[in-house]
Each structure stands twice: as structure tokens, then as C-alpha cells.
Design a protein around this ligand. Sequence first.
Ligand SMILES: Nc1ncnc2c1ncn2[C@@H]1O[C@H](COP(=O)(O)OP(=O)(O)OP(=O)(O)O)[C@@H](O)[C@H]1O
Ligand SMILES: [Mg+2]
Length: 151
Amino acid sequence: MEEFEFLLEMNNISKEFPGVRALDNVTLKVRPGTVHALMGENGAGKSTLMKCLFGIYKQDSGEIILDQQKLEIHNSKDALNYGISMIHQELHPVPHRDVMENVWLGRFPMTGFGPFQFVDHKKMYADTTALFQQLEIDIDPNALVKTLSDS
Ligand SMILES: Nc1ncnc2c1ncn2[C@@H]1O[C@H](COP(=O)(O)OP(=O)(O)OP(=O)(O)O)[C@@H](O)[C@H]1O
Ligand SMILES: [Mg+2]
């Protein structure tokens, strides 16, 4: 594999909301294999920058380069396809669906092919159980989210 210095580059990103310049020429460069914390006061623009990366907002100007390729990220599905994932500051679980469906929302495992595709609940259950075991989470994957306590 070819070596390159930055895995991700967000160059000169600006984003305005009515009356607010949330991002003013922001540049963030991330080297492969590194972990970063983006820090700043409330309203500094951290979430806005991440939302531009995840396709929730489109920056007014600036470019996003991943693996040395300039990306047009139109929506969250695009972002996920590029291997970009986001855990949101405000969580919006779907209360009337079960725990595992909330975990895999938007990327349900499917079985079958062509027009005969079905959600693979067996795989979803197995994957969720494995994930919860790894994270030492003791919640029934089949429990409806609305039946869980807040804490
Ligand atoms: N959808 C929106 N519409 C209008 N203004 C917005 C919107 N989203 C963010 N802003 C404004 O943009 C600025 C940056 O907000 P942002 O949420 O990115 O900050 P943050 O660094 O994530 O703050 P916090 O630490 O509170 O999470 C703020 O002034 C905020 O009010
Ligand atoms: Mg935020």
C-alpha cells in the first residue's frame, strides 16, 4: 500500500448559518493511526465540522480529502460508504423498535438476493450479542428500547 502523510484532510472549511459563521476557514489534518480530541468552548463549531464530514451539512467552501481522494459527501449514507462513521452528541433512539434494530439502524444485515431480500434477524442477533459481549454490555438485544430505563 502506498504511504501518505494524511488519512483525512479537511481544508479551509467554512459554514454559515443565518447570522452565525459557525466555521471560518477551518483546517483539520489527521495522520493514519492517530486518535484526536477536537476541543473548544460551546458553540465553537465542533459538531458542525463533524456534521460536514458526515454529510449532514454541506460546507459553503473548502474541501474534504480522504485517502488522497477529494470527496463529495452528500449524505450520511455516502459517509458510511466511505468508512466515515459518527456517534451523535444528541442520541435519537427509536423507542418502539428493539435494541438490536437500534444498533444496526440504516445498515441492517440482509439475506437473499434481488427482489427477495429480507432482514437477517438471526445474524443481527448474533452480531449484537458478540458486540455486547466484547463491550461487556448486559442488555437483551430483543428488548424494546421504550422498556429500558434511562440510566
Ligand atoms: N442548524 C443550525 N442552525 C443555526 N445555527 C447553528 C446550527 N447548528 C449550529 N449552529 C450554530 O453554529 C455554532 C457552532 O455550533 P456547534 O454545535 O457546531 O458547536 P459545538 O462546538 O459542537 O458546541 P457544543 O460544545 O455546545 O456541542 C453555534 O453558534 C451554533 O449556535
Ligand atoms: Mg457539539
